[in-house]
Each structure stands twice: as C-alpha cells, then as structure tokens.
Design a protein around this ligand. Structure first.
Ligand code: PEP
Length: 252
C-alpha cells in the first residue's frame, strides 16, 4: 500500500503569531479527531520551520519547506540550503511549484539538481508538475507533464527515486477555484504512474505517492481522493484554515 499524504502549502502567508495559531489549531483538531492512515504535513514559510517542526512532531504531523537551494552552502545570499531545512526537523520540501517556475524562472534542469540535493540531505522531495491552460487546450498536457517528470526525476536511480513524492498540479487550477475534474485528475495520475513505471519499474511506480493540487478543498477532496491513482493532495488556500485542512485530510 502506498502512502497517502495531505500537505498544506501556506505560500507567503501568515506572520509569526498567526503561523503559531494555525499550527496549534491544527494540533488541537487532530487531538480530537485524527484521520487514520494519512500523513499530514504543513509547508510554512521557511522562517517558521523550526516552530512548525516542534509543534508538528509533538502532535503527530510533519512539516516541509516550500523551496530550497540547489547548492550545498556558501555565498548565495537569501538562499536556504537542504541541510538548513533538515536541521530544523522538517522532513519534506516542495520542489518545482508552478509559482517558482513562473515567477522565479525555475527550469526542469535546475529542479533536477534540487531533487538530488534534497535527497542527499534525507528530505522527501514533493516534485510538482502540471500544464498551463494553453497546453491543455492544445492537448499537449500529457507531453508537457511527461517531459517535466522525465527531466527532473529520470537522472535518479530506482533506489534514490523511492523517496520521491510527485504532485500533479494543473497550473490553471492553482488558486483559481477551477479544480480538475476527478476524471481529469485520475487520467493524468495514471499517465504519470505509467511514465514512472517505464523508467523505474511497475513495483516502484506502484509505491509512488502522487498528489493532486489545484483548488482542492473540503468540499471536493473526497471525490478527487476516491480515484485509484490519487494518493492525496497538495493544498494551497484551503490549508490556511485548520478545520478545512484537517477535513481534507479526512477525505479518503
Ligand atoms: C498550491 O499552491 O499548491 C495549490 C494547490 O494552491 P490552491 O489549493 O490554492 O489551488
């Protein structure tokens, strides 16, 4: 059985006090009603990672960074290394979110380096892929997502790849309120699994957790997660409210 995961991407939201409140709110709800058989994690701004790791680990959830440098250390002002992320107690890192690709020009070749760097420091990379609307309308979505997966993950050995989580996030669905239909999500997740299986083998692809992200919320999570190849979600906006976030985690 592959792992089910619900991860919250807080993006650039919350001041320190608000972040602390949200972490404790999630912890309180989980104490009352913890969804079973699902790993729950939050990805706050990096400045709150140590706080998040402390609160999360005491309360049965986890945390991760939203990004990290491809470099080991040194003169890279403003950057945060994989070793720094790991030293806070965080276990995951989101790599290749569409906002990083769009606003910070991150390309697959760079993301391949980040994936390797994350694994070197024992962080679980959550590698994001997804097409923009024009690509879907031109019926190029499978080609685009297939290339993103190959370009950033196919340099790994099967053993290295074992730890990787993939998140399919159609860009047209992120923060737009326009969710992929359950059929669209399932079709793409099955395609990604096939691409992975051609490279890493059926057994390995079968063990790979593939998350859906893009306007997933407490109202639509259940029908998305009901698909055989959808193993959970990467949640943006709806992860900023503790009740909604935990409800999503309970939607399997
Ligand atoms: C995201 O940022 O990864 C995301 C899925 O955002 P939202 O849920 O707000 O669409």
């Amino acid at each position: 059985m592959r792992k089910k995961i619900v991860a919250g991407n807080w993006k650039m939201n919350k001041n320190f006090e608000e972040a602390e409140d949200l972490l404790f709110d999630i912890a309180d709800i989980l104490k009352e009603n913890r969804p079973e058989d699902v790993e729950i994690l939050v990805c706050p701004p990096a400045i709150y990672l140590e706080l998040a790791a402390d609160i999360a680990h005491e309360n049965g959830f986890d945390c991760g960074a939203q990004n990290m440098s491809e470099h080991e250390s040194g003169a890279y002002t403003g950057e945060i290394s994989a070793a720094m992320v790991a030293s806070t107690g965080a276990k995951y890192v989101i790599i290749g979110h569409s906002e990083r690709r769009t606003y910070f020009g991150e390309k697959d070749s760079l993301l391949a380096l980040k994936v390797t760097q994350a694994l070197k420091h024992n962080l679980t990379p959550i590698y994001c892929c997804g097409e923009v609307l024009a690509e879907r309308e031109a019926e190029k979505h499978f080609e685009v997502v297939g290339e993103q997966v190959k370009n950033a993950l196919f340099h790994l050995t099967a053993e290295e790849f074992e730890k990787v989580v993939v998140a399919y996030e159609p860009v047209w669905a992120i923060g737009t309120g326009r969710t992929a239909s359950p059929a669209q999500a399932q079709e793409m997740h099955a395609f990604i699994r096939k691409v992975l299986s051609d490279k890493f083998g059926v057994a390995q692809a079968d063990q790979t957790t593939i998350l859906y992200g893009g306007s997933c919320n407490a109202a639509n999570a259940r029908e998305l997660f009901a698909n055989p190849d959808v193993d959970g979600g990467l949640i943006g906006g709806a992860s900023l409210k503790a009740e909604d976030f935990v409800k999503i985690a309970g939607s399997f």
